[in-house]
Design a protein. Sequence first.
Length: 287
Amino acid sequence: MKVGITGQTGFIGTPLSKALNARPNVTSCEPFDRKKYNLLDVKSMKNFVKDKDVIFHLAGKVRTSNAEILNVNTIGTLKLLEAIRAYSRKNTKIIFASSLQVYSHTVKPIKINEGQPSRPENVFGLSKKLAEDLIKEYHEEHGIPYLICRLSNVYGPGCRPHFNSVIATFIDLISKNKRVPVYGGGKQTRDYIYVDDVVDAFAKSLARPGLNDTLNICTGVGTSANELAGMLEKIMKTKVKKEQAKGTASGDNLIGDPSRARTKLGFKCKVAIKDGLKTTVAAQLGG
């Protein structure tokens, strides 16, 4: 099996590349070399997509201008689909890293399943939703196989503080004895998933070549900001200084339902948040 990965040097792409290279059924795992390929140039991606069985599409933007987020996350996905259609095998499958942020936050901490309407509340979520729609359209029109994985809040070693990880940010602030901002009294909840579990879900997807679907890749467990701070307080053995951040947390819960992924992929999270936090703290602080 020949595999390609966009975003292979990123937080998720790095351990995924390592895991796939170790699998006996993966004969090659090509990274998306940005010196040779351009996600916004269809022709430049010819050699990247040709002869691939699966392409993991992880590349994307989070903390930048709205224009760049839409350009890379949505238009970049469109260009990749066009390259696959033009230059790759007819059955080349795209496995796309989407996000739970395609859903709206909920007032109560309930589990959101894939049947719920997609109503993004920010441009990042919208960019992922539009990319999902393009992937489904290319599946219908051109027969390109796909799997859309809506990831919850991914954390673990290598995640950057003040960029794409609340947990990494909390660890950084606590280690520097700075105040940790929380909204709504810290009661808002998120579904935090350890990076190794995400890699496991992606790896399992290789055994389901005929699966064209949209799946939540998450724990199904909500953790509040207060609970997160409390766990880090014990692990880091220091008092956490919290402060009320500006804004509101009304209806600020985002928890996914992993039932469909369990049924379709045989996927189940293995890393409990307390264990994942210990590993993440040690890696981030060099302990």
